[in-house]
Design a binder for this molecule. Structure first.
Ligand code: BES
Ligand code: MN
Ligand code: MN
Length: 447
């Protein structure tokens, strides 16, 4: 079967991990992967977890050569708002140069590029591989990789390896191979301000009773100062200063000036933290963002009420030196201190994932950079990522190995958004890159 047909078949599964109605689609998608990997001669298995399955596969043993573990996630984000899609999210369609489907850039296109890279390399080498290859594909990345840590503990021998390859990060431009040596972490919380036991008539009670929406706005406003810094006491404790070599390097990344980023997202101008550029803020500064807000009447026309409650969903992106659980403590103390006695504050802790930083000069990283230069014809850029992947620090902590983050996700790939896409040519480049990478990693001397 042609490369693209295989990707298309994989994309047809609506493997949305966040939605219970799709649990069997997630599981069917895992079965499809097991079949595909088995057909290549890999020992492949689907393992159940308390939520969505993990797929693990192992190729033929090649003694004395490095072992690479290729990670990806086959679950995808929800598709809403559905009416903004130009084609069905699970009926892949090519328009212009790009293939459109939910998950094509996050992360099924990348998974397929590596699977086909391994398959084609094996065919070229007469049925063998130059190194040991294992795969691990999880179905819970988009819901915080909740069961992965326990899974890795339990299967650490089976998953033993020298390095992990992850293609689930960004690529700054289609002709510019990108290696990331760091990721931010995520720390989520939710706050609910509870006022009167039911919505009240705002004329009969307004002025005397605290409005939970007003209190919530005050709490949210208190989170930043005029310089765009997070104004929660202790938030920046331990945050390492940016290194000059990083600032110089990122200042020159093609297509990532403040004006470029503003154009890309369709705003007049950026508003980065005072003293930092847009890329510096994205790659290496911690943030606090409101992801969702709710209170009061949302329907047509007006309705004169004091809402009985108001909520906000908040996540912080964390950087090395910060501890996600401590950030939750700081946020709770901050909000409690500012909450007036006329309302009750409910504070919920959500998932925490840890930031990651590794050495871009390690022998595996250098081999990866050579492979990127060979397959794309230009030297890769080295960046850190604003996004987060829960599993990466688990690989370090539990398996004791670093991850090579080789992104194929373009800035305008619209991941997590309607009309997610990947250029067909980039997908094919990804397959070639994967082959090149495996050949180079195979040459690394194990110490
Ligand atoms: N692949 C992304 C992370 C990413 C995307 C990193 C682009 C760098 C560039 C991953 O699937 C993702 O969306 N992660 C979530 C984690 C969250 C659900 C816990 C994120 O970063 O919001
Ligand atoms: Mn992803
Ligand atoms: Mn994602």
């Amino acid at each position: 079967m042609k490369r693209l047909d295989q990707l298309t078949a994989f994309l047809r599964f609506p493997s949305i991990s966040a939605q219970n109605v799709h649990a069997s689609d997630v599981s069917d998608c895992a079965d499809w992967l097991v079949d595909k990997l088995s057909s290549m001669g890999f020992a492949a298995r689907k393992y159940a977890t308390p939520l969505h399955p993990v797929v693990v596969a192992e190729g033929p043993k090649v003694p004395g050569r490095p072992t690479v573990l290729i990670y990806g996630h086959y679950d995808v984000q929800p598709v809403d708002p559905l009416d903004e899609w130009k084609s069905d999210p699970f009926e892949p369609e090519i328009r212009g140069e790009r293939l459109y489907a939910r998950g094509v850039s996050d992360d099924k296109g990348e998974i397929m590029a590596h699977i086909l890279g391994v398959e084609e390399l094996m065919a070229q080498e007469g049925g063998t591989l130059p190194l040991n290859v294992k795969f691990i594909f999880e179905g819970e990345e988009e819901v915080g990789s909740v069961n992965l840590s326990a899974f890795l503990q339990e299967h650490r021998d089976e998953l033993a390896c020298d390095v992990v390859v992850v293609s689930d990060t960004g690529m700054v431009a289609q002709n510019l191979p990108t290696l990331s040596y760091g990721l931010r972490g995520v720390t989520g919380v939710e706050i609910v301000v509870h006022g009167p036991e039911a919505d009240l008539h705002s004329g009969i009670f307004g002025g005397a009773v605290s409005n939970p929406a007003t209190v919530l706005c005050h709490l949210i406003d208190s989170c930043h100062d005029a310089d765009g810094r997070v104004a929660v006491e202790g938030f920046y404790d331990g945050v390492a200063a940016l290194e000059n070599w990083e600032r110089n390097m990122w200042g020159n990344v093609q297509g990532m000036s403040n004006a470029d980023i503003a154009r890309l997202v369709g705003v007049e101008t950026l508003m980065p933290e005072t003293g930092y550029t847009g890329t510096e803020c994205i790659y290496a500064r911690p943030t606090l963002e409101i992801n969702g807000l709710g209170s009061g009447y949302q329907g047509e026309g007006s309705k004169t009420i004091i809402p009985s409650s108001a909520f906000a969903k908040i996540t912080c992106r964390t950087v090395p030196g910060q501890d996600g659980a401590r950030i939750q403590d700081l946020l709770e103390a901050h909000f409690r201190r500012l909450t007036p006695p006329s309302v009750k504050l409910e504070f919920r802790r959500q998932h925490v994932s840890t930031p990651y930083l590794c050495d871009p000069k390690s022998s595996f990283s250098r081999a990866a950079q050579e492979a990127l230069e060979e397959s794309f014809g230009v030297k890769p850029v080295l960046v850190r990522e604003g996004g987060s992947i829960g599993s990466i620090t688990e690989f370090k902590d539990i398996l004791g190995v670093d991850s090579l983050l080789i992104g194929l996700c373009l800035p305008d790939a619209r991941i997590h958004s309607p009309n997610e896409n990947m250029p067909v040519e980039l997908f094919n480049k990804g397959v070639e890159m994967s082959k090149c990478l495996l050949r180079r990693l195979a040459q690394v001397q194990l110490s």
